[in-house]
Design a binder for this molecule. Structure first.
Ligand SMILES: C[S@@+](CC[C@H](N)C(=O)[O-])C[C@H]1O[C@@H](n2cnc3c(N)ncnc32)[C@H](O)[C@@H]1O
Ligand SMILES: *[C@@H]1O[C@H](CO)[C@@H](O)[C@H](O)[C@H]1NC(C)=O
Length: 266
């Protein structure tokens, strides 16, 4: 009898708690669902880019891959740097002719392919991508362009985690006096300065000269202020070599950047 009494008195409380709980579960489900949707939608862009390029380019031809990317970007939103910034980047790469290059932010492989096609014989690219799905798709596009694993390496992690491991992926070679002679940053402008500091700490910037290309996505006046302040304060080893709307090239040289880097804008 007492059990029935207890049950009946508890019933409203139980009902209330469970209905409240149901509301909370519903809210939670809604949040998880919209988060998952956003995640999937975010991934759709790179998957669509990949599918379009993969099925419409001539396999084995880097120039065809780049043209197909450009065609896609004419009608779709795409995170690739595109032909205009691409040509500005090409100019730097042709001048530097880096034997070892590092890219932060692989995305679908567009800028990786642009870099790889201009490296001198024996040249090697290490490219870093945070998102594992994107890294796989980017790697496939680089392979489709005709490049071999002996020429490039995709590292799937954050730039901060990757930088301390980069040295182990640089094979010693003639003319490689340690480190990389070109760095392309197009991952996250908030990371540009911390990653440059990490590259200095790990002694990954080739002491005889390294160009660091910063892609400008956000055209606001102080998007690159942190890193440019740092460079300005270290005139003994840094100078700004190229300054365009779409990119900035910083030149690093241990000791005497001034002598090499006074060329001004190119
Ligand atoms: C603007 S896209 C790069 C586009 C590429 N440069 C191109 O032209 O094809 C930026 C990429 O950097 C990746 N990313 C963002 N933050 C990162 C980080 N901290 N470390 C490594 N990759 C990052 C993103 O997942 C994205 O794929
Ligand atoms: C290949 O290109 C055609 C024509 O531009 C386009 O309609 C098609 O969707 C592309 N293929 C893929 C898989 O995106």
């Amino acid at each position: 009898m007492w059990l029935v009494v207890v049950s009946v008195t508890l019933l409203p409380a139980v009902t209330m708690v469970s209905s409240r709980y149901r509301v909370k579960v519903a809210v939670l489900c809604h949040r998880v669902l919209s988060w998952a949707l956003r995640l999937v939608r975010g991934g759709v862009c790179v998957r669509d880019t990949h599918a379009f390029v993969f099925s419409n380019c001539t396999h084995g031809k880097a120039d065809s891959v780049l043209e197909t990317f450009d065609l896609y970007a004419e009608t779709h939103q795409c995170l690739c740097i595109g032909p205009q910034t691409g040509e500005a980047l090409d100019k730097v790469v042709k001048r530097v002719r880096p034997l070892r290059a590092l890219e932060l932010g692989t995305h679908c492989g567009y800028s990786s392919v642009r870099l790889l096609r201009l490296l001198p014989p024996g040249g090697r690219l290490i490219t870093v991508e945070l998102d594992p799905v994107t890294a796989d798709l980017g790697e496939e596009i680089i392979l489709v362009s005709g490049f071999k694993h002996s020429q490039f390496q995709v590292l799937t992690s954050s730039s901060a985690e990757a930088i301390p491991t980069v040295r182990s992926f640089l094979e010693p070679s003639q003319g490689n006096d340690g480190g990389v002679s070109l760095v392309l940053m197009d991952h996250d402008s908030q990371q540009y300065l911390p990653d440059l500091l990490a590259l200095e700490r790990e002694e990954l910037l080739c002491p005889s000269g390294c160009s660091i290309v910063l892609i400008r996505r956000n055209r606001s006046a102080d998007d690159l202020r942190g890193i440019l302040d740092h460079v300005g304060a270290r005139a003994d080893c840094y100078c700004i070599k190229t300054e365009l709307q779409c990119l900035v090239e910083i030149f690093y040289q241990k000791g005497s950047a001034r002598a090499e880097g006074d060329g001004g804008n190119t």
